[in-house]
Design a protein around this ligand. Structure first.
Ligand SMILES: *Cc1c(COP(=O)(O)O)cnc(C)c1O
Length: 393
């Protein structure tokens, strides 16, 4: 695959090649546990990589390869590997890079389960974990220890949609690998490997698939680091299902169009909310008032993505009526990046694991509502949001 092709070209064509005499225009689903082999010689040749082929779906399958190739091409990576979920992807990265006594540093505002996973590794395996404020380079610098083996950040954070200065962070870390969760940005908006990251991973359950019907994760990056991660994934059984990969490959074909659309709509919705009398604050990197606006302009020239959040002036008591009013138009759904717009409540879902005090320190208010903008006509979204907010008066 030509890795310098435009992302719309890469996505439209898909990274698969038929290996049969007939030529199906789209990939079949290889719903098989194993692949028959001619004999022991072929087993050796395929295992060593001398001959192209597959042995057992836990270790590899053509549907895995097709999806991983698309993501690797978009991320400008040497190689990609699929996993059963975004959590399987980060688990495989952590388990392949850390051992007892090592230190891992991570941004303090992280996807909730990633935060919990790090705490669990500390408890179960004696891996040291510490958290830093990704907006403060001095804090990043002082978090580095002699035993630091890995740094984990999100390119765009949840739920305040803050954009990191990845080149500055990677420079401070030097030889220590930086791993980036690029789920919110997607490679259409930001490619972490071009800014100093060693590995990038996604919850492909979100934008890459984009239709709210798949659980899948993917890692892309430098070949040697990825070989270690792939080995751990196969050993621990983090493998993806062929059908999930097939669906995600299909979803990816429209990724560039979807990212453009949600970025445009989110900007319009954010501007509408920013002037609304029932709203006290809006977090969207496309707004001049957002603390990351300048970084976003520098790193996200193609668009600021489809995630935004806003705080109600009425405080926490206003949250329930808004969710009720929107239940059949912009439903509460504890995921994001579906084709339709959904809303979520960070203090009660993704960031429930933090103490109220921590949430306050990090700026995550109890009156904060997160919106994942979908593919609807933005004026419809604005009308529906407006109707739900009018009930606040
Ligand atoms: C959803 C999500 C994950 C976890 O991915 P799953 O596919 O749900 O396991 C990790 N990071 C971010 C930013 C996410 O939104």
């Amino acid at each position: 695959m030509n890795s310098s092709a435009d992302e719309s070209t890469t996505c439209a064509r898909g990274g698969w090649s038929a290996d049969f005499a007939t030529r199906p225009s789209n990939p079949p689903i290889y719903q098989t546990t194993a692949f028959d082999l001619e004999g022991l010689e072929q087993l050796d040749a395929v295992s060593s990589g001398e001959q192209h082929g597959y042995i057992y779906t836990r270790d590899g399958n053509p549907n895995h390869a097709a999806f991983a190739a698309d993501v690797a091409a978009l991320e400008r990576a040497d190689s990609g590997a699929v996993m059963a979920s975004g959590m399987a992807a980060i688990s495989a990265i952590l388990l392949s890079h850390l051992k007892t006594g090592d230190h891992v540093m991570a941004a303090r505002v992280l996807y909730g389960r990633t935060w919990q996973l790090l705490a669990d590794l500390q408890r179960a395996f004696g891996i040291e974990v510490s958290f830093f404020d990704a907006n403060d380079l001095n804090d990043v610098r002082s978090a580095i220890r002699p035993a630091t083996k890995l740094c984990v950040v999100e390119s765009i954070s949840n739920p305040l949609v803050e954009v990191i200065d990845l080149p500055a962070i990677a420079e401070l870390l030097g030889e220590i690998p930086v791993v980036v969760d690029n789920t919110f940005a997607t490679p259409c908006l930001f490619r972490p490997l071009e800014y100093g990251a060693k590995l990038v991973f996604h919850s492909a359950s979100k934008y890459l698939n984009g239709h709210g019907d798949v659980m899948l994760g993917v890692v892309a990056g430098e070949r040697v680091a990825l070989t270690k991660t792939r080995r751990v994934a196969a050993l621990y059984g983090f493998n993806a299902q062929p059908f999930e990969c097939w669906l995600a490959s299909r979803g990816m074909r429209t990724l560039p169009l979807r990212m453009r659309r949600v970025s445009e709509s989110a900007q319009q919705v954010a501007e509408f909310l920013a002037q609304h009398s029932a709203v006290s604050r809006v977090f969207y990197p496309g707004l001049k008032t957002h603390p990351s606006h300048q970084l976003a302009q520098r790193f996200l020239p193609q668009g600021f993505g489809g995630m935004l959040s806003f705080e109600l002036k009425s405080g926490v008591s206003g949250v329930r009526p808004v969710f009720q009013a929107l239940a059949h138009t912009l439903p509460f759904s504890p995921t994001l990046a579906d084709a339709r717009t959904t809303i979520s409540y960070p203090a009660g879902t993704s960031h429930k694991f933090l103490s109220a005090e921590e949430r306050r320190t990090y700026g995550i208010s109890d009156a904060l509502i997160r919106v994942s903008i979908g593919l609807e006509e933005p004026t419809d979204l604005i009308r529906e949001l407006d109707a739900s907010l009018r009930l606040q008066h």
